[in-house]
Design a protein around this ligand. Structure first.
Ligand code: HEM
Length: 501
């Protein structure tokens, strides 16, 4: 008894005892591990309970690739913060992940931390059938057909943003500029003209930052940790809800006025299968979801693409030639700016499509997609048991030789050419995920990126300066989407002048 009291009287001894207990438990778990579980992968130093966190935090892509190559099974488990994280790789592994039933691999539990940002009763905080219906609303409002209506709005926003923020010449951080631009284009096309007009003056722009900052990666492992942004999020959501309530009431009061063509209108008219309409709280949460879902994913993708194009003259020339062909001109300067694109023009940008696909292969914004295992399943004879977190990693898999060959690290848009496209294995290219949760905004993102970046290239001469002039950015894993290091994304720009000769 005295020995125990003695131990409890000193915090250092408590810590040491806890560490020894964890180490013993970890060793016992390893020794008694059932043989049919996926191979367990670890490297030195392996810390009890924390597991492989050092390797994962410092170089997640390389770590998972070493694990995949060393186990060679397309399925392995690593330990992070006491959790058993099972990764599925390769074409078959990805198919197993994306084809699983919702009640088998549960997305809601894996992304439970989003409730602070989107609010209760929205997206992953719903019963399965309601969540599926909400995601179907997303898909309806973000389709190609809807984008035809958004085309001009995106171009107007791009023109006014660069006019007011960049001017004729100067230097800027491309990552930040595209981030600001995509917030404005999304708010214009999706939230509606009324909200876009009040975006800055109402304080929404400022409160939006609080929502954005609330995605803290550690919450993925411990959604119960008090989120330091919680109170700010509640305040921000209240303001957003007030603004949407006013706008919706105003629109309903004036039914004779021409109907708006935006995503807000789609949600106002949407009905669940039982005939009920969405509440303003639900509309607000979904709107926050589309804004956050689209902004960083699009701006990091745009910046990675530009970083590669400016390092690869041959591809940049092809992109500019394609722009010239679309405008049927020999003289780029005369017609490329400030001319407007039509939706049909955007579909003709095949070189752009290839380059964008390749940028997303090398730099998928979501490094890892996760689900909580609720019902065990068998993969290649291994048992993936209840309680594991099952994952696919676009970031690691997109560079594995079994899917992309020995030159998987090089930028080669021709992988997506009509001749070679058929070589891509099923579920080999997964920047937008797959199966029932495949990205609902992928068409909107694709079209917005093409329209905005084509506008930028046609209107400005650009060059990367500083570190980004010499080398490609590194991957920054500290944010929820994998961004290029901002120190490498400074550009010097000069507006192209229409020449009339
Ligand atoms: C380059 C841009 C984008 C990338 C790479 C991307 C990637 C992804 C990925 C990987 C998922 C699946 C997550 C999972 O399975 O765990 C996803 C889901 C989703 N994304 Fe995107 N996204 C992009 C842009 C957008 C935009 C612009 C929007 C909306 C305007 C959007 C809305 C959504 C929605 C609603 C879902 C959930 C779909 C569902 O679970 O049914 N995304 N996205």
């Amino acid at each position: 008894m005295d020995a125990i009291l003695d131990l409890l009287s000193d915090p250092r001894r408590i810590a040491a005892a806890a560490f020894v207990a964890l180490a013993v438990k970890s060793l016992l778990d390893r020794l008694t591990r059932p043989k049919d579980l996926p191979p367990f992968y670890s490297e030195t130093p392996y810390i009890p309970w924390l597991g492989s966190i050092v390797q994962f935090a410092t170089g997640p892509r390389e770590f998972l690739q070493r694990a995949a190559l060393s186990t060679g099974t397309g399925c392995f488990t690593v330990q992070l913060f006491g959790k058993q994280m099972t990764f599925l790789t390769g074409s078959d592994g990805h198919a197993h992940f994306f084809k699983a039933r919702e009640n088998q691999f549960d997305i809601r539990e894996a992304y439970a931390m989003t409730v602070i940002t989107f609010g209760p009763g929205v997206c992953y905080d719903c019963p399965q059938s309601k969540m599926a219906q909400q995601f179907a609303f997303f898909k309806n409002g973000l389709s190609d057909e809807c984008f035809v209506r958004y085309m001009d709005l995106v171009q107007e926003e791009a023109a006014s943003f660069f006019e007011s923020e960049w001017g004729d010449e100067g230097e800027a951080c491309l990552l930040e500029s595209l981030s600001d631009l995509f917030t404005l284009t999304s708010s214009r096309c999706l939230l509606g003209d009324e909200i876009r007009a009040k975006w800055k003056s109402s304080g929404m722009a400022e409160h939006y930052l609080a929502l954005d900052h609330s995605f803290v990666p550690i919450l993925f492992f411990f959604p119960w940790i008090p989120n330091p942004h919680r109170n700010k999020c509640v305040t921000a959501r209240k303001l957003f809800e007030k603004m949407f309530k006013e706008t919706i009431e105003e629109r309903r009061k004036n039914p004779s006025k021409e109907k708006s063509n935006d995503f807000l209108q789609v949600l106002m008219e949407a009905k669940y299968r039982d005939g009920t309409a969405l509440t303003v709280t639900e509309i607000t949460g979904i709107m926050i979801g589309v804004l956050l879902g689209g902004q960083h994913t699009s701006n990091v993708t745009g910046t990675w693409l530009m970083s590669h194009l400016f390092k690869s003259k041959e591809w940049m020339d092809e992109i500019m030639d394609e722009q010239a062909r679309i405008f049927s001109t020999e003289n780029l300067d005369e017609t490329l700016h400030p001319a407007k694109l039509s939706f049909a023009d955007v579909q003709k940008m095949e070189v752009f499509d290839k380059a964008l696909s390749e940028a997303l292969r090398l730099h998928p914004p979501f490094f890892q997609l996760s689900r909580a295992v609720k019902i065990p399943s068998k993969f290649k004879g291994y048992n993936i048991p209840e309680g594991h977190i099952v994952n696919v990693s676009p970031g690691a898999s997109h560079r594995l030789p079994d899917l992309w060959g020995d030159d998987a690290d090089s930028f080669d848009p021709d992988r997506f050419s009509p001749e070679r496209k058929n070589d891509i294995k099923p579920y080999g290219w997964i920047p937008f995920g797959g199966g029932m949760h495949q990205c609902g905004g992928r068409k909107f993102a694709w079209n917005s990126l093409k329209v905005s970046l084509s506008w930028l290239l046609r209107n400005y001469e650009l060059e990367f300066v500083g570190k980004g002039a010499e080398e490609l950015p590194k991957e920054d894993y500290t944010t929820m989407v994998v961004a290029p290091t901002s120190s490498h994304t400074r550009v010097r720009y000069r507006r192209r002048k229409p020449s009339r000769n």
